[in-house]
Design a protein around this ligand. Structure first.
Ligand SMILES: *Cc1c(COP(=O)(O)O)cnc(C)c1O
Length: 355
């Protein structure tokens, strides 16, 4: 026997891991600088590491009170009720829960191109079909309500990303509101804020209390440095608490993830250093690299290098791993994650040598 017909589905192409690349090139992993997956240059929040160690002896129990505590804390931070926080196995897990809760087979969703591959993947797993709206390079990847609404044709979910991966552009809160207003009553406007901590713009979470058709996605993978732990959540309207109970995989976030998440939220020094250094690195990269770049509100910079895959391969041979953005539909670019100061300087030096 076989799995069902999956020919419409594509595998997620993650940025490559340090060990993988080191093995292939016969290098020491310590000699590589990985700036390909928008991970945190400073590692995990130290308070989260302590919590992981402290709670290791408790992992024989299912995470009940820790999940409740984390939902409560996140609710407080976002100004909503705990029932409005859908904890999940990464932001990607929260995308799945929303697709599960909203899509009936044959429903369409509207996703950005270029954009984050998992929106379409998750929708297809849930028997949805995918249409795209453009985020145009010719307009410096500007995101506007007009473009989204022009391409909108009654889809069930409209995915917005702010700051946008891989371009770094943002969408104004007023535009999010205009999209929610301009789409049908049964259309969810989903704002992916995986990188919001790096931005100076306000979160769209404020709209969640005002409207019944907007949800916001967040993750601990980026600013909190917990990508390997898999913890994310959606902030949703009050009426959907019941839907979460019906669609979530039991114990959606692990005991360790919940404990580490709670601790990371208290680790202000780590987030501040992360965000400040990313702001420095964005300026440094765009000011120093000898090719066009776009202004970014995330912890990465999109750079137009000519042949993205060739440059990424060549940089890798010199120990710098950046993300070739061909799979995003931008074969002429690479995306460089903001590293520490020395890492970022070294990356630009190597890339300038290749350009
Ligand atoms: C990283 C990222 C996410 C979430 O990643 P998780 O590790 O699953 O939390 C979501 N959206 C975008 C655009 C991202 O770059």
């Amino acid at each position: 026997m076989h799995p069902r017909d999956l020919s419409d589905h594509v595998a997620y192409e993650a940025g490559r891991g340090i060990e993988e690349v080191a093995r292939e090139l016969g290098l020491d992993p310590d000699d590589l600088i990985k700036l390909s997956s928008n991970e945190n240059a400073f590692g995990p929040a130290p308070k989260a590491v302590e919590a992981i160690q402290e709670y290791a002896p408790s992992v024989h129990s299912y995470p009940k009170s820790s999940a409740a505590d984390l939902r409560e804390r996140l609710a407080e931070i976002n100004g909503v009720d705990p029932g409005q926080i859908w904890l999940a196995n990464g932001g990607d897990g929260a995308l799945d829960y929303l697709a599960r809760a909203f899509l009936t087979p044959g429903d369409d969703v509207l996703v950005p191109r270029p954009g984050f591959a998992y929106y379409a993947m998750s929708a297809r797993y849930h028997h949805g079909s995918v249409t795209e709206y453009p985020i145009r390079k010719s307009a410096d990847f500007e995101q506007s309500a007009e473009t989204v609404l022009e391409h909108y044709d009654g889809e069930r979910i409209v995915y917005l990303t702010s700051p946008h991966n891989p371009t770094g552009s943002e969408i104004a809160r007023s535009a999010v509101e205009a999209i929610a207003e301009g789409t049908g009553e049964e259309t969810l406007t989903l704002v992916d804020e995986a990188y919001i901590e790096f931005s100076e713009s306000p979160s769209a979470a404020g709209l969640v209390g005002k409207r019944e058709d907007v949800a916001v996605l967040r993750t601990f993978s980026k600013a909190y440095g917990l990508a390997g732990l898999r913890l994310g959540y959606a902030v949703v309207p009050p009426a959907w608490a019941d839907a979460y109970a019906r669609v979530n995989t039991p114990f959606a976030a692990s005991e360790i993830a919940c404990r580490a998440g709670l601790a990371a939220l208290e680790d202000d020094a780590h987030v501040e250093e992360t965000v400040e250094t990313a702001a420095w690195a964005r300026e440094y990269v765009s000011g120093t690299i000898e090719c066009p770049t776009w202004e970014s509100a995330g912890n990465f910079v999109l750079c137009e290098v000519g042949d993205g895959s060739e440059i990424a391969d060549a940089a890798q041979r010199e120990g710098i791993i950046v993300r070739d953005t061909t799979s995003f539909g931008l074969p002429e670019c690479v995306r460089i994650t903001c590293g520490t100061r020395p890492e970022t300087k070294r990356a630009v030096e190597v890339l300038n040598g290749l350009l």
